[in-house]
Design a protein. Structure first.
Length: 84
């Protein structure tokens, strides 16, 4: 094997969204995860809803906001034309 081509394998801290942290080894110093063994429904026996909207839902929300703003601007422009 060639020398000095591999990344450093060091101790890493894993952080979960629930606040749990633990140590492991990795090439990255900090690893952030959304769910761990302390808060996962399989291990806890309790169902947990993760509040994440899908890409399509997020797009549809942005599209609705954009269309509402465009409609308001069109109404304002039509109101200005009638006044003159």
């Amino acid at each position: 094997m060639k020398a000095d081509i591999h990344p450093k394998y060091m101790e890493a801290e894993v952080r979960c969204a629930c606040g749990n942290t633990f140590k492991t080894r990795s090439t990255r110093p900090v690893i952030v995860v959304g769910i761990c063994n302390v808060c996962h429904p399989f291990f806890t026996g309790q169902q947990k809803f993760v509040d994440t909207a899908g890409r399509v839902d997020k797009f549809q929300q942005r599209l609705a906001k954009t269309q509402a703003v465009q409609a308001a601007l069109a109404a304002a422009a039509a109101g200005k034309k009638k006044r003159k």
